[in-house]
Every structure is written in C-alpha cells, then in structure tokens.
Design a binder for this molecule. Structure first.
Ligand SMILES: Nc1ncnc2c1ncn2[C@@H]1O[C@H](COP(=O)(O)OP(=O)(O)OP(=O)(O)O)[C@@H](O)[C@H]1O
Ligand code: SF4
Ligand SMILES: [Mg+2]
Length: 337
C-alpha cells in the first residue's frame, strides 16, 4: 500500500469521484444477497449527480460503500471507488480514514442520530480540525463558530455550547452540513438530507447546500426521492432499480425523454413533477426481494413493454444517446409525449 491520501493533482476534467462496477453483498438470515450490483457513475467538482430510486434499491448502500461506512452485515465484493487517483477500496483502513473529511464527506438524513447527544455541538464541529489539522481546542472552537455562522446558526458563539437536542430539526441539519464541509471535501454525499424536515425548511437546506457547493466547488452526490429536487438541482441522474443502474445521463435529457420504462413510469406518475417535497411516486407493483430477483430483467414484473427476451436475458447498460446509457432491451421503442 504505497498511495496515501495526500492530495494529488487532478486535471479539471477528471472526475472528483469515479465509482466503477461497485458490488455489495449483504448477509441475511436467508443467505447472501447482492444489494448493489455493478453500479458505476462519476461526478466532477462543481457538479451535482442525483441517485434516484425507490426505497430499498441500494442508494444508501452505494453511498456508505463510497465513504467506507458500511454496516458489518454488508461487504464490498467488487469494483473501484476512485478519488484523487487512488482506489479507496484498496487503501488500508487508516489511509481511508484520512480521506473522510478532506476528500469525501457525507450528510445523513437523520441529524439526531448522526450527532453525539452528550457533547456540545461546537466541540463536535471543531473535532475535525483537531484530528486532521492538529489545531488546539481553542482554535478548533473558533473554526467551529465560523462554520456555524456560515450555515446560518444564530448566535453561534453561545449556541456552540448547546447540545444537539436543543436545536430544531432544520438547525441540526445545518450543523451536520457544517461538520461535513469543515475540511473542504472534494465530494459531498447527501443521503436524503431533507426528508425529515417540513417543506419550507427543506427548501432552505437545499439552498444552503447549493451555496456551499458553489463556494467550495464541491462535487455533490444527492440521494433523494424528490423528482423536483433532481430536476432543479442535479446535472446528471442515475436511476437505480433493485441494486442496479437502469438509466443514467444528463437530467434534462433523461427527464424529457426517458430511455427506460421504469424512468418513464416514475415521470408519468407525477405529470407535474415540479412539486417540491413530494415523495417518489409509486409505479404500480413493487421491486423484487433481493433474494428473489428473477433471471432476465429485474423490472419485468412491472414493465408494460415486457416480452419473452426480457425474461430470458438480462439487459446490460448500453449507450442511448449523447452521454446517456440505459439497461433495457427495447429502449428504442420508448417515446415520450
Ligand atoms: N444493515 C442492513 N441489514 C440488512 N439489510 C439491509 C441493511 N441495510 C440495507 N439493507 C437492505 O439492502 C437493500 C438496499 O438498502 P438501501 O438502504 O441501500 O436502500 P435505499 O435505496 O437507500 O432505500 P431508502 O430510499 O429507503 O433509503 C434493501 O433491500 C435493504 O433492506
Ligand atoms: S428489458 Fe424488457 S422488462 Fe426490462 S425494462 Fe426493458 S422492456 Fe421492460
Ligand atoms: Mg437510503
């Protein structure tokens, strides 16, 4: 293991994060199942990539694999996660920990569980500076107060002494964002960062994320159920189904002319998919259990275009126009009104 987390120069066109063929297996009482199967995507600095798909399709598993925080029941069994020229999956745990904060960072949905309930928030936010930059407690505290100011916490100097439960849900989410961006990561992953909040606060948090992303030129991987957020915020979208990528491409193109029946179903079920704060709409039926994904296409039981080949042969991702891919045998038959 010779590579370390030391910054390596990257060309402006190089992705800040490049995930290739990621596979994650999960141990269950019924045996091992594949929860993430060959997922690939990449995102450059300053750009936003959305991961979209129904509950259980593997979005969080993908995110947790990228940042090295998978549950012990799950294991990465294949693929590469490249940042700054290194495949993080091949780094030692110590080398990998050095990336958490300055290179890769994550904001979770549930701020209350992500924060330590018995430690003042200023100390928690400042910790990154102590660990990674060797600052004194006092210096770290000043940095924490700066960050709290930036994310919009009123009276930050006083509030730094408060505990997580003394903040509202929206304010806690701001604190998590402050912690996540403390060390100026190249890549920020936000796993449903607003779903626990009311609609007005959701919009404020999304604006804060956008502004901080722009200031720091971060790559953002945004995991969301909200089609409107994807349409408004993301440059590219990766649509997942049963652990696989079924369609990928620039949001504008994918949403205006989907090349996979699942994407089309998602869009058709919200004709006015510009409404904020909506959960992902239902496509009739439900995804297969991971232990019972059929041979052939995983979407076959819900697909209006299904035919014999779909049952027999699993579709693989293939080009479907400029910068786009789809995993459907019959993508050419899709036209969007
Ligand atoms: N710790 C775990 N133990 C067992 N199964 C798990 C665990 N975490 C996730 N799973 C299973 O792995 C699959 C992928 O889950 P994941 O959390 O990645 O989905 P998701 O797309 O993030 O869903 P959601 O939108 O509900 O957050 C699901 O079938 C889920 O039930
Ligand atoms: S491969 Fe067949 S079943 Fe799968 S999405 Fe395409 S048409 Fe539907
Ligand atoms: Mg999730």
């Amino acid at each position: 293991m010779t590579r370390t987390a030391a910054p390596a120069p990257t060309g402006t066109d190089d992705p800040a994060l490049d995930v290739e063929g990621l596979c994650v297996d999960l141990s269950t009482p019924l045996g091992t199942v594949r929860a993430v199967d060959g997922v690939s995507f990449s995102v450059r600095r300053g750009r936003t990539l959305a991961l979209l798909g129904e509950s259980g399709c593997g979005k969080s598993m993908t995110a947790l694999s990228v940042v090295g925080l998978l549950d012990p029941a799950a294991r990465v069994t294949g693929g590469a996660v490249r940042v700054r020229g290194s495949d993080t999956l091949r780094l030692s745990p110590a080398e990998r920990r050095k990336l958490a904060g300055p290179v890769l960072s994550i904001v979770f949905q549930d701020a209350l569980t992500a924060l330590n309930p018995v430690q003042p928030v200023g100390r928690q936010i400042g910790e990154a500076f102590r660990i990674h930059r060797g600052l004194s407690r006092r210096e770290a505290r000043e940095k924490a107060i700066e960050l709290m100011t930036r994310v919009g916490i009123p009276e930050p100097r006083e509030r730094a002494r408060s505990y997580p439960h003394q903040f509202s849900g929206g304010m806690r989410q701001r604190l998590l964002i402050a912690m996540a961006v403390a060390l100026d990561p190249d890549v920020l992953i936000a796993d449903e960062p607003t779903t626990a909040l009311d609609v007005t606060v959701q919009a404020q948090i999304m604006r804060l994320l956008r502004d901080i992303q722009n200031e720091r030129d971060m790559a953002l991987v945004l995991i969301t159920h909200d089609l409107a957020v994807v349409a408004q915020r993301a440059d590219d979208v990766v649509i997942m189904y049963a652990g696989t990528v079924v369609e990928k491409g620039p949001v504008r193109d994918v949403f205006s002319a989907p090349r996979h029946p699942y994407t089309q179903g998602l869009l058709d079920s919200v004709p006015e998919h510009a409404v904020r704060g909506r959960p992902l709409p239902a496509v009739p039926g439900s995804p297969p259990e991971l232990s019972a994904v059929p041979p052939g296409c995983a979407f076959q039981d819900r697909c209006p275009l299904v035919r014999e080949r779909c049952v027999r042969e699993r579709p693989v991702l293939r080009p479907a126009g400029e910068g786009r891919t789809t995993a459907c045998h019959f993508a050419e038959e899709l036209t969007h009104a």
